[in-house]
Design a binder for this molecule. Structure first.
Ligand code: UD1
Ligand code: MG
Length: 446
């Protein structure tokens, strides 16, 4: 069980220079969610007493992103130990354990963090539990120097390490759980006499050992501890996330015909016996019930799709849309903020925005709901069981009654009563023999 009295400090003041971005590094996204958002998601089940993100002044978007959690400011980047110290006043009345994580290391799992808390509360009472990893190439990372008893003696940064220390494969991930009763006295004693001239958080291990306390290591796969420092590392993290999520979706009972071409958002929910075709992308906020078929080349965000619906190929489903049970949304259909009723059909080339489409309505090819007059958006309701003829334009706000017909090619600007036929187009005029007269008249004279 995690210690519910623990607090977490998320270090996020780093500029992330290598991202070459005007946004803070932790605001870059994987599967539609910010790096720091992933970190907070993984912390959430731990039921921590408090979470504080350490940010640099001016990182207002990070402050917003972590709300309702609080932030502490680090005005000058003087190292990870100094950054932790900046959170002290935000945790002034707090005595529980302190978990330190990085805002740019998005995949540290809740299960791993729980293992760290368990180790911290083992009978030998280690003052610090450090999360270690064995990367293929550990150069650049701090190395974990173990004593003869297998416990952690100290952490040496790569730049300060001897050749023998650099040969150690066990590296520091940066994640730590620290006994809350000693954390500030350890931080107070840090100095910056090292290769980088920074206050290293890692030095608290040697300090705790000097105080006669034990320190322990918990290991996790290096993959889980992947940090994002550049655009290519961001892409690698995205790829890793997608691979795992595709596996999870399939394990949960959905079929992905070509898994590598389907992209999920961090919060996509997919039911059982869902079939997803190739080249489908999900934005945030999508929930797909059981037995839904998403055909190739769809882009779907902010939508709930009910059981048995068929969507695509080539459909674009935009936020605040629901697609009812058994509905069909076919090729080149765009739905926005639309409640598309159960069993309704729109199979060919339509835009339906800010509309309510009743159950079993049939929306003909090329139907457009004009929801925007250049200033305001308005809503349209198309009744249950109605039939909208092809190439109709429905100018919002308008209500087409239940069971009504709209003739093909109509421009509907007034409400249509239930069960009526509305025809709103130019009348057809036939002129017998006109064509041959025309041809004779216009014959080329040479
Ligand atoms: C740190 C560890 C190193 C470990 C590595 C894992 C120290 C001294 N070293 O090194 O042992 O192997 O992470 O990736 O801790 N940050 C601040 N303020 C600062 C400095 C850093 O908020 O003044 C934040 C950064 O935004 C980042 C995290 O702390 O999220 C780590 O900082 P970084 O400079 O990347 O540390 P490393 O040198 O990589
Ligand atoms: Mg780093």
């Amino acid at each position: 069980m995690p210690d519910t009295r623990a607090a977490a400090i998320v270090l996020a003041a780093g500029k992330g220079t290598r991202m070459k971005s005007s946004h803070p590094k932790v605001m870059h996204r994987i599967a539609g969610r910010t790096l720091i958002g992933h970190v907070l998601d993984n912390l959430a089940p731990l039921d921590l007493a408090r979470v504080v993100a350490v940010v640099a002044p001016g990182m207002d978007d990070v402050t917003q992103e972590v709300a309702p959690h609080g932030v502490a400011f680090q005005t000058e980047q003087r190292g990870t130990g100094h950054a932790v110290g900046c959170a002290r006043s935000a945790l002034a009345d707090f005595t529980g354990d302190i978990l330190v994580v990085y805002g740019d290391t998005p995949f540290v799992s809740t299960a791993t963090l729980r293992r760290m808390f368990e180790r911290r509360h083992a009978s030998d009472d280690p003052a610090i539990v450090v999360l270690g990893m064995r990367p293929v190439d550990p150069s650049g990372y701090g190395r974990l120097v173990l004593g003869a008893d297998g416990m952690l003696d100290r952490i040496v940064e790569h730049k300060d390490a001897t050749d023998a220390e650099r040969a150690i494969g066990l590296a520091n991930s940066g994640v730590m759980v620290i006994d809350g009763s000693v954390v500030w006295s350890l931080i107070d004693r840090l100095d910056n006499k090292n290769a980088k001239g920074e206050f290293y958080l890692t030095d608290i291990v040697a300090l705790a050992r000097r105080d006669g306390r034990r320190c322990a290591v918990v290991e996790a796969p290096a993959e889980e501890l992947l940090g994002v420092n550049s655009r290519s590392e961001l892409a690698a993290a995205e790829a890793l996330f997608q691979t795992r999520r595709r596996m999870a979706v399939m394990e949960n009972g959905a079929t992905l015909i070509d898994p590598a071409s389907v992209f999920f958002a961090a919060d996509t929910r997919v039911g059982r016996d869902v079939v997803i075709g190739p080249n489908v992308q999900f934005g945030p906020g999508v929930e797909i019930a059981d037995n839904v078929e998403i055909r190739a080349f769809c882009h779907i965000e902010g939508a709930r799709i009910e059981s048995g619906a068929i969507v695509g190929p080539f459909a674009r489903i935009r936020p605040r849309t629901t697609i009812g049970a058994g509905a069909h949304v076919g090729n080149f259909i765009e739905l926005k903020a639309t409640e598309f009723g159960a069993g309704a059909k729109a199979n060919h080339v339509s835009y339906l925005g800010d509309s309510t489409i009743g159950a079993k309505a049939n929306i003909g090819a090329g139907t457009i709901v004009c929801n925007y007059d250049g200033v305001n958006k308005s809503r349209t309701t198309i009744g249950a069981g109605s039939f909208i003829g092809s190439d109709s334009v429905i100018v919002s706000p308008v209500t087409v009654g239940d069971g009504a017909y709209v003739a093909a090619g109509s421009v509907i600007t007034r409400d249509v009563p239930p069960d009526a036929l509305a025809v709103a187009r130019g009348q057809q005029v036939d002129k017998p023999g006109w064509a041959s007269r025309f041809r004779a008249r216009s014959k080329k004279k040479d």
